[in-house]
Design a protein around this ligand. Structure first.
Ligand code: ADP
Ligand code: ASP
Ligand code: MG
Length: 406
């Protein structure tokens, strides 16, 4: 019997009716003859509400306690789903992340999965159970509860699929697949039948929240096919895989935007060895991830250094580098928290000239100023004003004719 892992996101389990809908879908998959593992997110906006509650009782909620609190959202949906399945006559059992054997490091709120010990899941599957696992959570060596980062239930699902050697991992959500851009922002965006892991990883890492980027990373590493589809229809969805893609003619596959971008500039930095290392060592020690880094050419051995962080990390980043700025003799440190990134992504752009020029021209014609630019082999990202993010995605979608298919 094949093992199939299905994951249902928050909007798919938002109320009792929707939980019953998920129960019917999981039971149908079991009836088709597969072993079924279901991963669930917390109901609707539960995680946001729990974070708000924590902020009401404390200015700085303790990291460990916050993860314990947030993990309860997924416990509610997983237990309710097991009850719904049982009331339909299906055999089902819910397991917390810890019970499912999901071991993580101890980086609260951003924990990484170190390994999965799936013997309990396997035992339940062998007894014919539909096994429901609370997404987004794991357990440390010390038995402390951790969470994997917002949107992390996707990563739970792919990690389980890999460790159970499942045939595929199905992620069910409120859209019927991966689109050329967020369909809430670009109404004429087109659903993709398939997309490569590398392209999906860049889209997800640069703001397409339809799938957690670490889920794509894991899928690519273990060659696990991932399907993104709607929990409210039977349409086939989008397959994320590593094989040859049919739509090769389309050089730009998709466009993403991320409004969670802030910029820090260290002004008047003496241009000598060790200065960048001092700044970025301090940030790394504080667990702050940096994205774009730009160092200007120096004039009279003085330069400026700019980098981007997420908006939530900005205050911490400024605090961490303040003493470093003083010790290296830089003039000052400024920041801008009202930025966004917009990215064009496509494996077909590799070594084909003209994409950057076309992107910059489209933004220029729309009156959108570019603050910073970064690229990878298959991505070009512009940092722009936050208020222009939606316009930028729509303009680029049109410029690269993404509504038109390959
Ligand atoms: P879930 O709760 O099921 O995990 P999410 O809200 O995390 O769902 O992700 C689904 C949402 O992702 C969609 O409602 C859509 O607005 C957004 N999204 C962003 N970029 C894309 C894209 N390229 N294709 C499809 N959906 C996208
Ligand atoms: N409930 C968590 C969140 O809202 C995890 C998830 O939905 O994947 O981020
Ligand atoms: Mg999600």
């Amino acid at each position: 019997m094949a093992i199939v892992v299905q994951k249902y996101g928050g909007s798919s389990v938002a109320d009792a009716d929707k939980i019953r809908n998920v129960a019917r879908r999981a039971a149908a998959a079991r009836e088709r003859g597969d072993h079924v593992v279901v991963v669930v997110s917390a109901m609707g906006e539960t995680t946001d509400r729990l974070i708000e509650l924590a902020n009401q009782v404390s200015d700085h909620p303790d990291d460990r306690e916050l993860d314990g609190l947030l993990s309860t959202g997924e416990l509610v949906s997983s237990t309710l789903l097991a009850m719904a399945l049982r009331s339909m006559g299906a055999e089902a059992i819910s397991l917390s992340g810890a019970q499912a054997g999901i071991r993580t490091d101890a980086v609260y709120s951003h924990a990484r999965i170190l390994g999965v010990k799936p013997h309990r899941i396997k035992k339940e599957l062998e007894q014919g159970m539909i096994v429901i696992v609370a997404g987004f959570q794991g357990i440390t060596e010390e038995m402390d509860i951790t969470t994997l980062g917002r949107g992390g239930s996707d990563t739970t699902a792919v990690a389980l699929a890999v460790s159970l050697k499942a045939e595929r991992c199905e992620l069910y959500t409120d859209v019927d697949g991966v689109y050329t851009a967020d369909p809430r922002i670009v109404p004429e965006a087109r659903r993709l039948d398939e997309i490569g892991y590398d392209e999906m990883l860049e889209l997800a890492s640069y703001g397409a929240k339809v799938i957690h980027s670490r889920a794509v990373e894991l899928g690519e590493l273990h060659k696990m096919p991932i399907i993104v589809a709607s929990s409210f229809s039977d349409k086939p969805g989008t397959v994320i895989h590593g094989g040859a893609l049919m739509e090769v003619a389309k050089k730009v596959r998709g466009i993403s935007q991320d409004v969670n971008v802030a910029k820090v500039t260290v002004v008047g930095v003496p241009d000598r060895t060790g200065v960048a290392s001092a700044i970025f060592d301090a940030l790394a020690r504080a667990n702050i991830s940096i994205d774009t880094i730009v160092q200007n050419a120096s004039i009279n051995r003085i330069t400026d250094l700019t980098f981007t962080v997420t908006k939530n990390d900005l205050t911490k980043a400024m605090k961490v580098i303040d003493p470093v700025v003083k010790s290296i003799g830089a003039r000052e440190c400024t920041s801008d928290s009202k930025l966004a990134s917009v990215s064009i992504i496509g494996a077909g752009m590799q070594s084909v000239p003209g994409y950057a020029a076309k992107m910059f021209r489209a933004l220029y014609e729309a009156g959108i100023n570019i603050e910073l630019i970064t690229t990878s082999e298959i991505r070009i990202t512009c940092i722009i004003d936050e208020s222009k993010a939606g316009d930028a995605v729509r303009v680029l979608h049109r410029a690269f004719e993404l509504e038109q298919g390959a």
